[in-house]
Design a protein around this ligand. Sequence first.
Ligand code: NAD
Length: 355
Amino acid sequence: MTRAGPQPRRCLVTGGAGFIGSHLVEGLLAGGDSVTVIDDLSTGRRSNLDAARAAAGGRLREVIGDLGSTLAGMTPANAEHYFDEIYHLAAAVGVRRVVERPVESIETNVFQTAAVLKYAAAHRDAGRQVPLTLIASSSEVYGKSSKAPFSEDDDVVYGPTTVLRWSYACSKAIDEHLAIAHNASGRVPTAVVRLFNTVGPRQVGEYGMVLPNFVRSALADEDLVVHGDGRQSRCFCDVRDVAPMLPRVLREPRCRGGVFNVGSDRPISIIELAELVIGTLGSRSRTKLVSYESVFRAGVGVFEDLRQRQPDLTRLRAAVGFAPVIGLERTIRDVAEEIRSSRQGASSSVSAEVG
Ligand code: NAD
């Protein structure tokens, strides 16, 4: 069965109150679709959906709750609970969270993905068209391979299971296997995006994300804490370039059953990033190197970092085209602006209470 005409799609975005999810929700609504968000607000925030809510005109439904239990109480047979597209972004995210709460993180990433795919497949039993389903994976899946750049069909190389860092990579790899297997067996049409470092407004620093932490420190003229020797490099892409790619990949028939790197392919070392933040914001901060061991809790296994992580974007460009337009300086300025205005908002709400 194919969708007739250009009528609005019914989209489910899991983790839609999160950083990337909320930008995706805005884009889907802007394209005329209606969106249901399921999010337990473990790392997401309701305020991330303020702009979407204002623009939605009743086309946004927000369900606050654990994804697995929420789906267990829904059925695609119900007129409100079937979807044309599912974007599965809910996950335990961030290296610090994974290292500090490993059991919860592994279970969240594996069980919730299984529940989402099962729910998508259940559409058929309910006499509905099975939704296209996008699974958000991560560049972490490449493990500690030293190859550059990473291509989607490269071998992956993990450390021992006693090192917690690899549990995130393995859980995301299982998610990919599940998605690919569902597609191959004809149960659910899927596509997998392997997201590389995504940055921009609404990303929070509490879970170990580097850019918001650097910007926050720079605005306060405090030291920018760089882990290791700072020469490890990453490729950062603005979320406003990344989020629009997700529907494009999901809707492109050639992407079915495939895995696609999504991100920027321009590396920058972490020490250079720190200096760029300081320079862009005209801060008096300095950079400070600290060892990984002093940052991550002792007794949970040695933390291993990767020297570089750069995507090969050939497959993505060939399938849907991709040319990020937002440079890092603009991202840094916009993240700084958001932090400044949230501080002003916080202080005005405090004075309102006092007054
Ligand atoms: P995020 O933490 O902002 O988003 C995840 C969202 O999922 C949050 O809103 C959280 O509250 C929600 N969530 C978590 N567990 C849930 C559960 N059990 N039930 C319901 N909701 C739940 O992080 P993000 O950066 O927006 O990440 C989105 C996706 O992209 C994740 O799958 C992540 O692994 C992937 N990813 C992100 C990056 C990046 O650089 N941000 C890189 C690689 C992969």
